[in-house]
Design a protein around this ligand. Structure first.
Ligand SMILES: Cc1cc2nc3c(=O)[nH]c(=O)nc-3n(C[C@H](O)[C@H](O)[C@H](O)COP(=O)(O)OP(=O)(O)OC[C@H]3O[C@@H](n4cnc5c(N)ncnc54)[C@H](O)[C@@H]3O)c2cc1C
Length: 416
């Protein structure tokens, strides 16, 4: 029987960062996944390390935008009709948290994590010998219309309060940064303090390799084998059973598969998203990620090509992919940037794990001694992985947490 101090279940960017932080503090750790590290949701994101998030994505307040989504004409969102009854309670809760006051509360609750997000990545990237993947030249958000740009007032004012640097640019100012963009937009904001990576999978792999050099063990197995045995948590792995007094669940969108049978039912929703790589046509190139905000997709230069990633799709996590948003948005995307041939035969699909208040759960699992939770990082899990790893490792080892973990406690959903 193998025995470790802690088992971490799920080797995405969050679990790998948690395992690495625990190993850095001298714990013997087993990191378990059914695949190799980083191959699920953490593989396919836009690579943005967005420590400058002011407000989370919100439920649409514009009735016309909502109508476009309902009629399946929206470029930024899609849904499966059969999934609506199941997702309706989550959508209502999400809408409630999208009020101006709700967004402000989320913004303040999340600021301590975002504020350290880039610095925490930089530390791990340096220790893992992986700084070559990091690009520190910001990201550019484009606005095709005056109206959508004007709606940014509140966000920009709060960014100033937080001391977050940005530059509001006109079309030509933005094209000085990204000359390959066609002038089909009127305004842009360059968020100068944002960084990005050229290969999110390679970053998780580098953190996993660093974890192994510190004595951590990466194992294959099914997290759902977790059970109590002899007063410990036990998992069955390809190499036999492993015991530990502490276990961390970092299964991202898959966490309910394990937690529901344990009686832990938290309101995790799923926003599916797609990406596809394209070769640049001619000399077209991008230096940094670019968001076409009014259309609702992102273009990010990656080692594999320009990665076009989509907005949200509300559908069952395991339902077959329906990448219809590409047909809707590609004419606009090609009008902005000369996309060449797609690299893959079909788009990649992943599921953003989202709580309705756009905060992750980080902390103890209710009612299960020795069980910890770190999941639900929604649109910004790549960004928040290392900060989450540090926070939960500090909590688990009895150190003073670098920020108050109360806003991320699971009890916010279970308290009556
Ligand atoms: C299109 C898109 C674009 C995005 N862009 C960005 C971005 O630019 N910046 C950003 O910060 N975030 C972005 N995100 C969000 C980010 O990718 C996620 O929040 C993050 O990857 C979640 O990481 P995770 O480790 O929690 O989950 P995952 O990466 O899904 O890790 C969970 C792990 O659990 C394993 N697992 C599941 N079930 C079992 C089981 N039964 N047994 C064993 N192992 C199991 C899986 O194999 C997986 O490795 C984007 C997401 C999408 C979909």
């Amino acid at each position: 029987m193998a025995r470790v101090d802690a088992i971490v279940l799920g080797a995405g960017i969050v679990g790998t960062s948690v395992a690495l932080h625990l190993a850095k503090r001298g714990l013997a750790v087993a990191l378990l996944d059914r695949r190799a590290p980083g191959e699920e949701t953490s593989y396919g994101n836009a690579g943005i390390i967005e420590g400058n998030v002011v407000f989370p994505p919100a439920f649409p307040s514009d009735p016309l935008a909502l109508l476009r989504v309902a009629l399946k004409r929206a470029t930024e969102a899609n849904y499966h009709l059969t999934f609506l009854p199941q997702v309706a309670p989550w959508l209502l809760a999400f809408r409630a948290h999208s009020s101006p006051q709700g967004l402000l509360e989320t913004s303040r609750a999340m600021r301590p994590l975002y504020a350290v997000a880039l610095a925490e990545h930089e530390t791990l990237l340096a220790e893992a010998g992986a700084t070559r993947y990091l690009r520190k030249n910001g990201w550019l958000k484009l606005f095709r219309g005056d109206q959508s740009f004007a709606k940014l007032d509140r966000e920009l004012a709060l960014a100033k309060d937080y001391g977050i640097p940005y530059r509001a640019l006109d079309t030509e100012g933005a094209r000085e940064l990204e000359p390959s963009l066609t002038p089909v937009f009127r305004h842009a904001v360059h968020w100068e303090g944002v960084a990005s990576v050229t290969n999110p999978l390679a970053v998780t792999q580098a953190y996993a390799a660093r974890f192994a050099t510190l004595g951590g063990v990466v194992m294959r197995g099914d997290a759902r084998s977790l059970h109590r045995a002899d007063g410990q948590w036990r998992i069955d792995t390809a190499e036999g059973p492993v015991d530990a007094s502490q276990t961390v669940v970092t299964l991202g969108p898959f966490a309910p598969d394990l937690l529901a049978p344990l009686g832990i039912k938290l309101p995790l929703g799923i926003k599916r998203g797609y990406h596809r790589h394209y070769r640049g046509a001619g000399n077209a190139a991008l230096a940094r990620p670019v968001l076409d905000a009014d259309v609702g997709y992102c273009l990010a230069p990656m080692e594999q090509g320009v990665r076009l990633s989509t907005g949200a799709e509300f559908a069952a996590r395991d339902a077959p992919p329906t990448p219809v948003q590409f047909d809707r948005l590609l004419p606009k995307a090609k009008g902005l940037f000369q996309l060449g041939e797609p690299v893959e035969a079909t788009p990649w699909m992943g599921s953003r794990p989202c709580f309705p208040d756009s905060r992750p759960v980080i902390g103890r699992a209710p009612g299960q001694a020795g069980l910890w939770l770190a999941y639900g990082h929604a649109h910004w899990g790549l960004t928040l992985g290392p900060a989450t790893g540090r926070l939960i490792a500090e909590m688990m080892t009895g150190a003073t947490p670098f920020c108050d973990p109360a806003p991320y406690a699971a009890e916010r959903f279970t308290r009556r």
